[in-house]
Write a protein that binds this ligand. Structure first.
Ligand SMILES: [Zn+2]
Length: 122
């Protein structure tokens, strides 16, 4: 199994939100201090920026599944094509580890991944 997706980069999205906030703050601060026409231009610029959605610059690829030998693996990779944000995560569970996991915490599928993060990531 594999998949890919383009989504919002958390770093770029934070910068976009900061820019959006700054533009509206600039418009608010300009009120009464600049001419009416200039004020409306500043306000229109902020609204135009806000109306244009941020680009989806983060490519995500992942593989997840259980192979014929019973080994379960999650392999997630992401990187932004606009900034240096990247995140990779990989965990593999042997059939024995899955049995142990099911015996210990049959209803908890997330905690084992968190516990194993430091030991088995590559
Ligand atoms: Zn980015």
């Amino acid at each position: 199994m594999s998949a890919d997706n383009w989504t919002l980069c958390p770093t770029c999205y934070a910068a976009w939100r900061e820019r959006e906030t700054q533009l509206f703050t600039d418009a608010m601060n300009a009120y009464g201090k600049v001419g009416e026409r200039e004020y409306h231009e500043i306000q229109a610029s902020a609204k135009a920026f806000s109306a244009k959605q941020p680009e989806r610059t983060l490519r995500e690829d992942w593989d997840i599944g259980t192979d014929e030998d019973g080994q379960f693996a999650v392999d997630y990779r992401s990187s932004c094509n606009s900034c240096d944000y990247a995140f990779n995560y990989k965990v593999t569970l042997s059939p024995e580890e899955i049995v142990q996991h099911n015996a210990e915490q049959p209803k908890d599928t997330i905690s084992i991944a968190a516990r194993r993060l430091g030991r088995r990531t590559r």
